[in-house]
Design a protein around this ligand. Structure first.
Ligand code: NAD
Ligand code: UD1
Length: 335
């Protein structure tokens, strides 16, 4: 079976490609390298011993999509490509809507033209806005997103639903990720944000490795166990495996499906720091600062639907996430 993976050289996409190759799928990747690099193709080969077909192109380039769908018999698409920096999306909304919506529309158009109906989409827990209740189940209210990035995910979910209504064979599986962290255990692929990281884990590892001085903890007066924000962190390899389970569902069923991909457990920022220090035997200096605008107190999933319907659940724990995140950055710094 042949899978087209858009954004397949990025953080989550590359881990999904590895899992697909491990399960003997053929993989075609399209990635414009706007947030990744070509050497990931070699890293994927090093990990799996297998080759992918790689197109260095923008997903919005419909001539290239036409070539891909004509040349390869694509059975399903996993759509990771998109921009994801929340702060930047506030500054550059047009760029974000153009890329995130445009790539999805071009892709779906070409899929329908070529009678390819199985679509796995990278959505986000951000679509729930300020959670209606916790833990979040898939039927919780969506909306109330506070930035163009989040709104683009919400809009895409709606677009996919409309396309499904008009074309019932078109089967989107919408995966709402909670907070992916960690890296492949080889340390060959992982998350490498450009510049100063915005997200917690990339920041912690850079403080631990001495590249940044101190972690700012955004708020210690939330209504949570210790006052700091609580999130549902999930190992990227577990997340990647969730895509294979979603793919099997899509291949065997018709409809539109929504799943939370999280562990179901929330950890506070302080717990994350303490755990990281313990697992890796390093200090992470921190200071308390004001809340970050737009942040919510707590966000964690009820992950039972994915288990019941897909047979998937996260297997790796916080220790694995801490160890693998740090291992990746140390390996990067060795070069
Ligand atoms: P990433 O930036 O590492 O990967 C995205 C990849 O897509 C990059 O390799 C980039 O070069 C490529 N790309 C972007 N626009 C493209 C285009 N128009 N054509 C071709 N390639 C393009 O991001 P990631 O963390 O791997 O996220 C993957 C997906 O998951 C994204 O859609 C993101 O919004 C979503 N998501 C991520 C998180 C997270 O915390 N990382 C959480 C929820 C949802
Ligand atoms: C981020 C994204 C969100 C996305 C989600 C899942 C932002 C603003 N939001 O949210 O759109 O859906 O990831 O991937 O990027 N924290 C600190 N200090 C830091 C960084 C973070 O204290 O330097 C705290 C935050 O306040 C939060 C927690 O750590 O309580 C996690 O933050 P982060 O990793 O940015 O993820 P989210 O805020 O959940």
């Amino acid at each position: 079976m042949k899978i087209l993976v858009t954004g397949g050289l990025g953080y989550i996409g590359s881990h999904a490609v590895v899992e697909l190759l491990n399960e003997n799928y053929d993989v075609v990747v399209i990635d414009d390298l706007s947030n990744s690099s070509r050497d990931i193709v070699d890293k994927i080969k090093e990990i799996t011993g297998k080759d992918i077909v790689f197109y260095e192109n923008d997903v919005r380039d419909e001539a290239v999509l036409e070539e891909i769908f004509t040349k390869h018999k694509i059975d399903a698409v996993m759509h990771f490509a998109g921009y994801k920096a929340v702060g930047e999306s506030v500054q550059k909304p047009i760029l974000y809507y153009e890329n995130n919506l445009g790539s999805t529309l071009s892709l779906c158009k070409k899929m329908l033209e070529h009678e390819c109906y199985k679509f796995i989409f990278s959505s986000s827990a951000t679509v729930y806005g300020d959670p209606e209740r916790l833990p979040l189940t898939e039927d919780c209210r969506v909306g109330g997103t506070t930035n163009p990035y989040g709104t683009s995910k919400l809009m895409i979910e709606r677009i996919l639903s409309d396309i499904h209504i008009a074309n019932p064979k078109f089967t989107p599986v919408i995966l709402r990720y909670f907070n992916p962290i960690g890296a492949h255990k080889t340390g060959l692929i992982g998350e490498k944000p450009n510049g100063i990281p915005n997200n917690l884990m990339p920041y912690i590892v850079r403080v631990a490795s001495g590249e940044l001085e101190i972690l700012s903890i955004f708020g210690n007066d939330y209504d949570t166990k210790d006052g700091t924000g609580v999130r549902d962190y999930i190992h990227v390899v577990d997340l990647a495996k969730g895509h294979l389970s979603a793919l099997k569902k899509a291949m065997n069923d018709e409809g539109i499906f929504y799943y939370n991909l999280g562990t179901g457990t929330g950890y506070s920022v302080l717990e994350m720091v303490q755990n990281f220090e313990k697992v890796n035997g390093v200090k992470v200096p921190y200071k308390m600062v004001d809340r970050r605008p737009g942040d919510i107190a707590s966000c964690y999933s009820d992950a039972s639907k994915a288990y019941e319907e897909l047979g998937w659940k996260a297997e790796l724990g916080l220790e694995d996430m801490m160890r693998d995140s740090y291992n990746f950055i140390l390996k990067q710094n060795e070069k």
